[in-house]
Ligand binder design. Sequence first.
Ligand SMILES: NC(=O)c1ccc[n+]([C@@H]2O[C@H](COP(=O)([O-])OP(=O)(O)OC[C@H]3O[C@@H](n4cnc5c(N)ncnc54)[C@H](O)[C@@H]3O)[C@@H](O)[C@H]2O)c1
Length: 276
Amino acid sequence: MDGFAGKVAVVTGAGSGIGQALALELARSGAKVAISDVNLEGLAETEQQLKEIGAEFKTDRLDVTEREAFLLYADAVQDHFGKVNQIYNNAGIAFTGDVEVTPFKDIERVMDVDYWGVVNGTKAFLPHLIASGDGHVINVSSLFGIFSVPGQAAYNSAKFAVRGFTEALRQEMLLARHPVAVTTVHPGGIKTAIVRNATAVEGFDNAALAKMFDTHLARTSAPRAAHIILSAVRKKRARVLVGPDAKAMDVLVRLTGSAYQRLFATVTRRLMPRPK
Ligand SMILES: NC(=O)c1ccc[n+]([C@@H]2O[C@H](COP(=O)([O-])OP(=O)(O)OC[C@H]3O[C@@H](n4cnc5c(N)ncnc54)[C@H](O)[C@@H]3O)[C@@H](O)[C@H]2O)c1
């Protein structure tokens, strides 16, 4: 893959999974990359691999929920490379728990990282992306930004919100004739640590869910996901569905309309681990 030679790309959550794979594939495609995460061990691993590729990069600890730090970080990346072309707002966390028993703070935490983290990153970098003359915002939502499932209200809310925010932004950039493309990413099950690292309400067996996710639901590797995402970025697509499961479920939800909710409630009762 080429096409990113000389571009400067920023990737949040680059210490693991999709973010790490994006940073490496971008570097192999000739981009200079700014990587960040709160997971410093993972970040060091990504950095090591970037060195082996021979890429130009900048590494920082950045918590995407810290707005002031994010604004300063955007200026620091601009100063370091002289321009910024792309931001991949990728950092994210998962949480499982029914609304009835989930404390407010857990819903807020997911919104802080998965939604506000994306808003912070978009707004911090937008002036630099516009100034670059060839900018691109790539926001990672989820298949769970297309339909909801029981136990995922917090995650569903954040990922639907990312989709709404990003689709509005795309239209604004078109209207204003700003040189900034905008892409929403909807991955299906990707083989990463996301569910293993997730938290859940008390009494929920997250290990059982992680096992089920790793064995049955995560069908696409992180490098494959990065490859699909970057192909869509090259084509400046509005939306990218990552993996055959994402494509199939998107069609199913379109065909069934709101009737999918009864269908998924039944399937969940039979197949998924539930709180005791
Ligand atoms: N894996 C999947 O099946 C899947 C499916 C749909 C969407 N996604 C989304 O893809 C994105 C990447 O997830 P992944 O699967 O690679 O998971 P992952 O857990 O492997 O990687 C996520 C990274 O984000 C980092 N992170 C978490 N909170 C952060 C914060 N506050 N500030 C900065 N970094 C933070 C983590 O430390 C981790 O390194 C997430 O937004 C996730 O919701 C993943």
